[in-house]
Design a protein around this ligand. Sequence first.
Ligand SMILES: Nc1nc2c(ncn2[C@@H]2O[C@H](COP(=O)(O)OP(=O)(O)OP(=O)(O)O)[C@@H](O)[C@H]2O)c(=O)[nH]1
Ligand SMILES: [Mg+2]
Length: 418
Amino acid sequence: MIAGSTRYLRFILFAVFACLVLYLITQSKYNDAQEFGTGAPSQAGNTAASSSNLNNQKRPAVGEAYNPADYPMPLTPNDPNWDSILFDGRAPGPRMNATFVTLARNSDVWDIAHSIRQVEDRFNRRYNYDWVFLNDKPFDATFKKITTSLVSGKTSYGVIPKEQWSFPEWIDQDKAAKVRADMKERKIIYGDSVSYRHMCRFESGFFFRHPLMLNYEYYWRVEPGIQFYCDVHYDPFRFMAENKKKYGFVLSLYEYIETIPTLWESTKKFIKNFPEHVVEDNAMDFLSDDGGETYNKCHFWSNFEIGSLNWLRSRQYLDFFDLLDQDGGFFYERWGDAPVHSIAAGLMLKKDEIHFFNDISYKHTPFTHCPTGEKLRLDLKCSCNPKDNFDWKGYSCTSRYFDIMGLEKPEGYENQQD
Ligand SMILES: Nc1nc2c(ncn2[C@@H]2O[C@H](COP(=O)(O)OP(=O)(O)OP(=O)(O)O)[C@@H](O)[C@H]2O)c(=O)[nH]1
Ligand SMILES: [Mg+2]
């Protein structure tokens, strides 16, 4: 009797022990997955999962930590599961805290409809990111109806506060008017426009802190009337997050000096006043050929940008914008947001935080970025004419970007130099 109950007790103890071991094993697996942030490289471990497994996977909530290896994201046609993302309805994997953003007038509705349709067909119908629309006047019902019908994510519509679209009180209006008259005489593009100047100042200093943008970490800027010629296969937002990129571009070129004669003087003042904001290993050599003495006019074309909103909202960037705004060049000259963003990126980001998206084809009249490399164009189902690619032509700064990054230029670039 006693022997029987001892055996019974031993069995129960063994069962409890086995349960405890099992519990510990499952818990430690769960914790491993939780400890990974969004910073680990994305290409790791994308070997096994089949496309249907990928699509049945529960995705992490936006902002929730995940292990990139659990959600393989093929970046090139050579990576496994490339085709699954292309053909299946929704791309598997996590979504970043990101949005498209467009500044537009009501009259831009059909041009932006065209842009959205292309972004959706080539990318967003599989990812369903949100889209924020901003305007200095309220959007009308037609604009909202058409754009909401085209965007696969959530849309929202914001009006810009008056003080972000008007002359600051320290600007001498007579002086600004004389500048516009003079620029009109000299036929400088948009030289006589007041609204263009408000637009450039808003895109330089305010879009990223509009209340509708505050909850997002990354943005992709889209303008009316642009073209996308290739499939965007992977998630560029996720690429930015996992590879710690803060600014992405596709086209770069030289700025018209008539629009920014004193921008570099103000930049030098910023460097002097805020030396702590200028980072080591920056991309100054993209901006200057003499170590910062003069500006070579190179800039990333900001009508396409994929970037970090937290960077634009940082003290460093805001100190730069405030200094420029006080100096008044948005109104006394015609400073564009492209050189402003580019100079900021060149001074305040490490050069490897800036990314060139060769695989995203794009046209904003008159310049086209058509990916260099025939295999890539075929894999991405591109419809652009490689002869139109601006990257390696004399007026582009992309070659310089490759040089300062120590990157090898893509095969075939020599054939596209003129
Ligand atoms: N709400 C609003 N948006 C504007 C205004 N002016 C320009 N925009 C938007 O600001 C962005 C840049 O303006 P664009 O006119 O495209 O300037 P650009 O790209 O330098 O010049 P082009 O495209 O060659 O005309 C676009 O998304 C426009 O829709 C304006 O007065 N009000
Ligand atoms: Mg434009």
